[in-house]
Design a protein around this ligand. Structure first.
Ligand code: GDP
Length: 295
């Protein structure tokens, strides 16, 4: 029962259960421990409040107080509620049966878009699909070359037009070429900025409108906490996101931002990035993340 929670929370709950019969008061103590743990994991305050509201409603009901092992029941409620709001699980790229599936990656500069193009390519190649990568990040001088390096390493074609200053045209031409070549998947590596700005959003909206990608994924850096949440809100307002890929979860970050990003965007967390290598992309598993957030 307690195995899915971290040592700290386990012992906190155990000390509560040592107090004999569970009362409303020590149940509240238990909920406070959960709340503190989530705030420490960098979950936004408003999201924690919302979560605690739902959990309290269930936990303070008679069912828990009357159950044979009320403390275990409380842990159960917290854990399953967390898994439920982190879901649904949807690691599929929803590839179309006919015609190429166009996947657009967007996100702030440095969030990991270009690296994720490589990771998705590797994943697709393992399924026997060779994608085409389109170098539409015309902001960062080295981005086009970085994508070509990735393409050479993975043996996947990269479309670029180094002299074209219009990312919309580059995307359109890249998709046209990919269709002519019979590609099943096209991945657009779009430009980021250091922070959200009108120009960036305008550019992404134009690509979205003119190229009509089938899947639009936001790539967010899991190490950036509240910044990740703010940028996710802005991207979600500008574009119709289909999913989120959170990178850099191989570091110390407890991943609370992921819960907030899910809350703000309402779209599935598709994958998490757990390293710089091409194979460091994992389908998102709410169970694993719930344990990590509740440390
Ligand atoms: P972009 O500007 O969004 O295209 O970002 P990049 O793909 O260039 O990534 C920025 C940096 O983050 C690079 O040094 C990547 O190697 C690194 N990076 C990307 N994803 C991950 C990840 O999941 N874990 C770690 N540790 N580093 C990552």
């Amino acid at each position: 029962m307690f195995e899915s929670l971290s040592d700290g929370l386990q012992s906190a709950f155990k000390s509560l259960s040592g107090k004999g019969k569970l009362t409303d008061a020590n149940m509240r103590d238990g909920l406070e421990i959960v709340q503190k743990s989530m705030l420490e994991a960098d979950v936004s305050y408003s999201v924690v409040q919302d979560f605690m509201g739902k959990v309290s409603e269930k936990a303070l009901g008679k069912r828990v107080l009357l159950s044979l092992r009320p403390h275990e029941e409380l842990v159960n409620i917290v854990h399953s509620e967390l898994i439920s709001i982190l879901g649904p699980v949807d690691p599929s790229l929803h590839l179309k049966k006919d015609g190429p599936t166009i996947i657009m990656l967007c996100g702030l500069q440095g969030s990991g878009k270009t690296t994720t193009c490589g990771k998705l390519s590797q994943m697709l190649k393992e399924e026997g699909i060779k994608p085409v990568l389109v170098a539409a990040d015309l902001q960062r001088p080295a981005a086009i070359e970085q994508l070509h390096v990735i393409g050479r390493q993975l043996d996947v074609p990269v479309y670029s037009e180094p002299d074209n200053k219009d990312p919309v045209k580059v995307c359109k031409n890249g998709v046209k070429k990919a269709i002519a070549d019979g590609a099943r998947v096209v991945i657009l590596d779009t430009a980021g900025r250091l922070a959200i700005d009108e120009e960036l959003m305008g550019e992404l909206k134009r690509i979205d409108k003119k190229v009509s990608p089938d899947q639009v994924y936001l790539v967010v850096d899991g190490m950036t906490g509240q910044d990740a949440v703010n940028s996710a809100g802005a991207f979600n307002e500008a574009l119709e996101l289909d999913g989120v890929i959170m990178t850099k979860l191989d570091g110390d970050a407890r991943g609370g931002a992921l819960l907030s990003v899910k809350h703000v965007t309402g779209v599935p967390i598709k994958f998490i990035g757990t390293g710089e290598q091409f194979d460091a992309l994992e389908p998102f598993r709410p169970e694993g993340m719930a344990g990590r957030i509740l440390q």
